[in-house]
Design a protein around this ligand. Structure first.
Ligand SMILES: CC(=O)N[C@H]1[C@@H](OP(=O)(O)OP(=O)(O)OC[C@H]2O[C@@H](n3ccc(=O)[nH]c3=O)[C@H](O)[C@@H]2O)O[C@H](CO)[C@@H](O)[C@@H]1O
Ligand SMILES: C=C(OP(=O)(O)O)C(=O)O
Length: 421
């Protein structure tokens, strides 16, 4: 298993190009199931989760090809399997996003229930409840969601909580349903807007995306389209936290600062100097970070996917920060590992109290999930001495060439491959 070896202490300086958003690209790839025409996608990041999704779609019969220009073409005219097997779903919960598209276009789907996960239970009951409201017959059989419907019918659906992939699944199901669907309490994340924009280019009739009430008028068929995936706000935020922790100055190119309001506000509170243009973010840090408490919330609140990274910054801040994780019940797996590097963090339920220390010390630590891994990298960059981050396959799920990007701005970080490790 690959590891990262980081020698801390280097200030970061230079330019990084932000990749396309994993969490926008995953539902968008699944949206290719909605039409027999070709979908052409620009800015799809090269990630393990993208590879897994392409394999999942491939075994259903979707053809995909990435051209020399980086554009990914998907064609779902020859779909001959309507099943998402456990082997794939277990490594990537977003596989549940094939459920809505398969059911609405083909009238049938068999998708393995996602397995247990390090950050919490993450049930899919709201996806199921919404599809049932649209007339689907859904059973849980042998660990699979088995769904059938002649043609889905538009419905008024209010989810019990705000769910990102739930909103995406139901939105994709509704585009080919008969009549109007209204999604109340919908998620407002930029990735939902990105998906809705692609679907509208394909001929869907969606309004209100970006708000908490999305109205979808079903159409009989969708056609091909081209789309550029929105920039990854979590990747960009992770690099900003890294500069906050090491000091220095970086320019992020091809970023989407307009999707990062809560992240930028908090990092400014922590002492970073940040300037933004339409698609760039410049940030500089020349002082010890200030302790910055926050509560994770649905968009436009502070994202849970940035909680671990901003916590890492707080471990070396001046003062004490109170952090509350409101979205997932078990998303503090990084705390123990940060503690091995000298961080002082007390957990009580959903609340973490972080008392900044003057310096972390490098250690061997284990990544437990995607953003936990990113927090350990940030801590390693700021620590004195060597840090080895093990099990970085989690990191590879969601960060494109992270160590190369960090090395290009002066970090001392290298990947130890299985043979070398
Ligand atoms: C691929 C993708 O986009 N993943 C993101 C998505 O995950 P994901 O879409 O899985 O997260 P949700 O927004 O659905 O989860 C929010 C909360 O609702 C609960 N819930 C959700 C659905 C449901 O049917 N029942 C239920 O109880 C979840 O357990 C969680 O406590 O949004 C999360 C919250 O911003 C992010 O951390 C993930 O990075
Ligand atoms: C939790 C995340 O992803 P997923 O929903 O794919 O597990 C994430 O991107 O931080």
């Amino acid at each position: 298993m690959d590891k990262l070896l980081i020698t801390g202490g280097n200030r970061l300086k230079g330019e990084i190009t932000v990749s396309g958003a994993k969490n926008a690209a995953l539902p968008i790839l699944c949206a290719s199931l909605l039409t027999a025409d070709t979908i052409a996608l620009e800015n799809v990041p090269d990630l393990k989760d993208i590879g897994t999704t392409l394999r999942l779609l491939g075994q259903m019969g979707v053809q995909s090809e990435r051209g020399g220009d980086g554009i990914l073409q998907l064609n779902a005219s020859l779909v001959d399997s309507l099943e998402a097997p456990y082997e794939m779903v277990k490594t990537m919960r977003a596989s549940i996003l094939v459920l809505g598209p398969l059911l609405t276009r083909f009238g049938e789907a068999r998708v393995s229930l996602p397995g247990g996960c390090a950050i919490g239970q993450r049930p899919v009951d709201q996806h199921i409840k919404g599809l049932e409201a649209m007339g689907a017959d859904i059973r849980i059989e042998h660990g699979f969601v088995v769904a059938k419907a002649k043609r889905l019918k538009g419905a008024s659906i209010r989810t019990d909580m705000v769910t990102v992939t739930g909103t995406e699944n139901l939105m994709m199901a509704a585009v080919l349903a008969e009549g109007r669907t209204t999604l109340e309490n919908a998620a407002r994340e930029p990735e939902i807007i990105d998906l809705a924009e692609l679907l509208n280019k394909m001929g869907a009739r969606i309004q209100g995306h970006g708000g908490d009430r999305i109205v979808i008028d079903g159409v009989d068929r969708l056609h091909g389209a081209s789309h550029r995936v929105v920039a990854d706000r979590i990747e960009a935020g992770t690099f900003l936290c890294a500069v906050g922790a090491t000091g220095g100055e970086i320019m992020l190119r091809q970023a989407a600062p307009q999707t990062m309001g809560a992240i930028i506000d908090k990092l400014q509170e922590a002492g970073l100097t940040i300037a933004c243009g339409d698609d760039w973010i410049h940030c500089a840090m020349s002082q010890r970070p200030r302790a910055t408490g926050f509560r994770t919330r649905e968009y436009p609140g502070f994202p849970t996917d940035m909680q671990a990274q901003l916590m890492a910054l707080n471990t070396i801040a001046d003062g004490t920060a109170v952090i509350v994780e409101n979205i997932f019940e078990n998303r503090y797996m990084h705390v123990q590992e940060l503690g091995r590097m000298g961080a002082r963090i007390d957990i009580d339920g959903h609340t973490a109290v972080v008392t900044g220390v003057a310096q972390l010390s490098g250690a061997t630590v284990m990544a437990t999930d995607l953003r936990a891994s990113a927090s350990l990298v940030i801590a390693g960059l700021a620590a004195c001495g060597d840090t080895v981050v093990e099990r970085i396959y989690h990191l590879d799920r969601g960060y494109e060439r992270m160590e190369e990007k960090l090395r290009s701005v002066g970090a001392d970080i290298q990947r130890l491959t299985r043979e070398a490790a």
